[in-house]
Design a protein around this ligand. Structure first.
Ligand code: HGY
Ligand code: MN
Ligand code: MN
Length: 420
């Protein structure tokens, strides 16, 4: 381990302690879940704001509920290099997905302040909320507000309790009418760098600590529904059944088969049968589809194959198929210059040939890319496990990430900012 990484073990220990502290901020006593505009979101913002202030940043919560912090550069009011990630979670989450990146960003800002460095840009840290989309179904609400790509149709989205997004904003103390003020003009930004756990096994398989991301996969999410006819579980002969759940189950298996065949990534995460009686043949079955690929054309070709399979199953079983798209984020490449500064950062840890890979997971950079270039630093996570409480990282890898992330920021400062 390089001496710089060794020395950063102290920062890594603090970052891991803070991940543990944030993991206790949950709406459930027995697992981690923290959703957009919840009391837990407010509590996490307050914790993060305190840590940002300790690092010397001035702090504010923007009009979308993102927690922000800023360290001025060599003179006040300069465009900002944005560092950050998200602090919302999936249900029964791990404690590093998102949170590690926010805390790494705060640690690097604190090291820049402690070193008395005066950069040719401001350094801002943003803790986005709602990268996951757990509460309202669509994702990236915080980063899309910052990027100015907000869709007013989202205001009518509602959560499982029927609370609309606009009501949740007001309950959280935000004014929906002020949402546009969260937008960051492109000329106010130098770029966006995000550190994040890989959420896959490839860095570990390569026996590395870190990797530089080339692009983020394009993802589309749907609610699919098959409709047949409910009936008596005992009295209805098989040849007269239009069992929506059996049809949906065939389609779920087809999603996996076709995704593997097409080299894409299809997942069904949620499924429900209606009316839901144990002695009633399901007349309707609804399930989610999360479909993603490195290239959008591959993803969309697989979607066409899934739709064909649905048509065949429905014809054979006398069912009807409907689909509602609830989220779409096309694949985005990382900015070439910022990718290079991340690679420079990784090399500064002693890894001479940084591993490159595309992100199978979605990230806020997908949204932020609408206003500025972005790049990502990936950190090894044990077994590639994520979106699970067993998510874990090594302190040595977090220390390496501190050194690499700081070196990446300094490499941005080396660039010639006099160019228009
Ligand atoms: O779903 C994703 O890929 C990300 O973890 N939100
Ligand atoms: Mn996630
Ligand atoms: Mn994440």
């Amino acid at each position: 381990m390089s001496s710089a990484v060794d020395a950063a073990l102290i920062d890594a220990a603090l970052i891991l302690d803070r991940c543990d502290e944030l993991a206790a901020v949950s709406s459930s006593p027995d697992h981690l879940v923290r959703v957009h505009l919840s009391p837990e979101h407010a509590a996490a913002n307050a914790l993060v704001a305190g840590w940002m202030a300790e690092a010397g940043l001035s702090t504010w919560q923007d009009a979308a509920g993102n927690q922000c912090g800023r360290l001025e550069g060599e003179m006040p009011g300069l465009p900002a290099l944005l560092l950050g990630s998200h602090i919302d979670t999936v249900p029964d989450a791990g404690r590093y997905d998102g949170m590690l990146g926010v805390l790494l960003a705060i640690a690097v800002a604190g090291r820049v302040r402690d070193a008395g460095l005066r950069l040719p840009f401001a350094l801002e840290v943003v803790a986005f909320s709602d990268e996951e989309g757990t509460r309202f179904g669509t994702a990236l609400l915080g980063s899309r507000a910052l990027a100015g790509t907000w869709n007013d149709q989202w205001w009518n989205l509602s959560d499982a309790a029927g609370i609309t997004l606009v009501e949740a904003f007001q309950d959280f103390g935000l004014d929906p009418a002020r949402l546009p003020s969260a937008f960051r003009r492109p000329e106010s930004l130098v770029g966006y760098l995000e550190a994040h756990i890989e959420q896959g096994p490839f860095i570990e398989d390569a026996d590395r600590s870190l990797a530089v991301v080339t692009s983020i996969a394009g993802a589309r999410r749907f609610t699919l529904a098959l409709t047949g006819h409910a009936g008596h579980a005992g009295g209805t002969p098989y040849d007269r059944r239009r069992d929506a759940l059996v049809g949906a189950s065939e389609l779920v298996v087809a999603v996996e088969r076709l995704s593997i065949a097409d080299g894409t990534i299809g997942t069904v995460g949620r499924m429900q049968a209606f009316p839901g009686g144990v002695n009633v043949i399901p007349g309707r079955a609804e399930f989610s589809l999360d479909l993603r690929a490195e290239h959008d054309a591959d993803r969309d070709e697989c979607l066409a194959h899934i739709r064909s399979a649905a048509a065949e199953i429905c014809a054979r079983r006398g069912l009807e198929y409907t689909e509602t798209e609830i989220y779409r984020a096309d694949a985005v490449p990382c900015d070439a210059d910022l990718r290079e500064v991340v690679a420079t950062g990784i090399r500064s840890t002693g890894d001479a040939e940084p591993l490159e890979l595309y992100s199978r997971a979605g990230h806020d950079g997908v949204a932020v890319s609408a206003v500025t270039g972005f790049a990502m630093l990936f950190v090894r996570c044990a077994g590639g496990v994520s979106h699970h409480p067993d998510e874990s990282v090594r302190a040595a890898d977090v220390a390496a990430a501190v050194v690499a992330f700081e070196a990446a920021v300094l490499a941005v400062a080396e660039r010639d900012f006099t160019q228009p």
